[in-house]
Design a protein around this ligand. Structure first.
Ligand code: NDP
Ligand code: 8X3
Length: 252
């Protein structure tokens, strides 16, 4: 089991949830100290082996060195969770900033392509193998300030659908899990560490947790081998659509 972006949020929760199922884990992200914490939590949950290695999905060299390392740890990989990603900024197109666009598209779209291309030779060609991509409601519904992120996640959806066609006959299942608002470090990253602005995203509503999404990822991976869950949209009850979030007044 190989998970990108396992140093926090959904990736870290997925590592722990797969660990509880007894999975052996190969975990990547840029923050190795945080990866170590994830690995420790996964081992405590029941993983017999949780190993970490630095990974920057925006760099072809880093992806190649991560996959070389993975090849040294295991003969084959049964599940690849392409989770690394996130949004950078919330500016309109008119006020957009190249580094934010490049980071957003570079991680969520090019990172997904790079990781998949590099890991494919290691993926088992028998029943039960899976590529599970983490998309977003943003790939299905646009919102103001979301151009690069919505485009990247719409791209993720189409890459998933393309892979499903290209890998037909290999036994490898391919699917996407597309969450709505989940309270992780996502908004902190989007707003460049502005804690108050990040907190307001979830104010008055009950968002998904990283664990809610991780549970869905584990469920997809653990279906009978002839069953492929192609696409899941998983939203908080309080979020009926990207623009329609029910928020309670304080104290309600
Ligand atoms: P977090 O910010 O908590 O986690 C993002 C993870 O991605 C971190 O482990 C981070 O690790 C990793 N990451 C970011 N950039 C890179 C990179 N260049 N190379 C390798 N790893 C990277 O947010 P979430 O857990 O919420 O995000 C996980 C996924 O879920 C993302 O794809 C996000 O778009 C998606 N998502 C999130 C939603 C939400 O509301 N939270 C909703 C829908 C989808 P590090 O910084 O250490 O490299
Ligand atoms: C994260 C959810 O609505 O902030 O993908 O884009 S949203």
């Amino acid at each position: 089991m190989l998970i990108s972006g396992a140093s926090s949020g959904i990736g870290a929760a997925a590592a722990q949830a797969f660990g509880a199922e007894g999975a052996k884990l190969l975990l990547g992200a840029r923050r190795v100290d945080r990866l170590d914490q994830t690995a420790e939590a996964a081992r405590r949950a029941g993983s017999p082996c949780a190993l970490v290695h630095p990974l920057d999905v925006t760099s072809t060299t880093s992806v190649a060195s991560f996959v070389d390392w993975a090849r040294g740890q295991t003969e084959s990989v049964d599940v690849l969770v392409n989770n690394a990603g996130g949004a950078h900024g919330l500016s309109s197109v008119a006020e957009g900033w190249d580094p934010d666009w490049e980071a957003t598209i570079g991680t969520n779209l090019f990172g997904l392509l790079r990781m998949t291309r590099a890991v494919l030779p290691l993926l088992r060609r028998d029943a039960g193998a899976a590529i599970i991509n983490v998309g977003s409601i943003a790939g299905r519904q646009a919102y103001e300030g979301g151009a690069a992120y919505c485009a990247a996640k719409a791209g993720e959806l189409q890459v998933t659908r393309t892979l499903r066609l290209e890998l037909s006959g290999t036994g490898i299942r391919v699917g996407t899990i597309d969450p709505g608002l989940a309270e992780t470090e996502f908004s902190l990253v989007r707003f460049k560490g502005d804690v108050e602005r990040a907190r307001k995203v979830y104010e008055g509503m009950r968002p998904l947790t990283a664990e809610d999404v991780a549970e869905a990822i584990v469920w997809v991976a653990s279906r009978p081998h002839h069953v492929c869950i192609d696409e899941i949209l998983i939203l908080p009850v309080d979020q009926a659509a990207v623009h329609k979030t029910h928020r309670r007044a304080q104290g309600d």
